[in-house]
Design a protein around this ligand. Sequence first.
Ligand SMILES: Nc1ncnc2c1ncn2[C@@H]1O[C@H](COP(=O)(O)OP(=O)(O)OP(=O)(O)O)[C@@H](O)[C@H]1O
Ligand SMILES: [Mg+2]
Length: 335
Amino acid sequence: MIYADNLRKEFKKIIKEPGLKGSVKSLFHPKKEIVKAVDGISFEVPKGEILGFIGPNGAGKSTVIKMLTGILMPTSGMCRINGKIPQEDRKNYVREIGVVFGQRTQLWWDLALRETYAVLKEIYQVPDDQYQKRMAFLNEVLELDSFITSPVRTLSLGQRMRADIAASLLHSPKVLFLDEPTIGLDVVVKDNIRNAIMKINKEEGTTVILTTHDLADIELLCERIVMIDKGKKVFDGGLSELKRNFGDVRTLEFELVNAPDFKLLDYHRRFHLTEDELSAERDGSLARVRFDTAKVSVEDVVSYTLSTVHVKDLNIKGVEIEEIIKRLYRREVSL
Ligand SMILES: Nc1ncnc2c1ncn2[C@@H]1O[C@H](COP(=O)(O)OP(=O)(O)OP(=O)(O)O)[C@@H](O)[C@H]1O
Ligand SMILES: [Mg+2]
């Protein structure tokens, strides 16, 4: 459904020397620097998939989305969505896609929401009966009722985001591009939006590209992720694959009967491990030991712990996706 081949986008940035003199100089003799915002990215998304598109701030995610949606022209490379090249056939192409940029609204500021949708209905030429059905459906999943008569400028962030998502779905697009649709929202609205995305994807087979910094969005919605950093792809695969690649890291959490006893535990000496292979910390009476099961077994860590200190309660956790991604972003590990 979505096919991106070696996409690149360079921006020319004008470098200004400091001070007024610098401003004047750069006005007449601008010194330009080229920023490679997207540096050769290729990936594919099959029909009906929800792809998590992630990476640290400034990685180039929004720039990729803008090229895929036809807002920006790639410097080189190409993309094709449902057989169309966005930049070539813009008028027909926009009927097939829905786009939401969470950072800014695409709705008309002064129009009441209901009128906004009526205008969009005309733009996309949605037939009356289909429009009624669609609005009823969107109302139900996104709970628009309480503010549908309000002008967009009076909406709260959460209401505005739901309104934006509904607008992007009005014409039943085949592909939905969501660039940070949950940014700054409370848990209830996030939940609402996640459910809407899931429902649209399940019931209509809509293909979705989702950019987010909230990893719960990814865990709940996406089977596959593409991660980019500094304009380049650094990972492309399933969440379970990411976990596997990362190694089988576990965390043993336990509550000490007597907190100061924690110092009796010396895992590093006992098992000849480095800080990388095992880390232990205490917060009050709660202790946490993270370790790589390739270096030391769960059984050994647990039995050493229980035979050294008195423990009230304990549990073992598998690797969490958040932890992996945090470390990838910090470049502590590479895949
Ligand atoms: N119009 C532009 N002119 C110049 N530089 C730009 C322009 N748009 C983006 N950039 C630069 O391109 C790089 C990638 O930006 P982009 O917005 O795609 O990142 P992002 O991954 O979406 O980040 P975030 O998570 O913060 O939204 C950044 O260094 C940014 O400053
Ligand atoms: Mg962005």
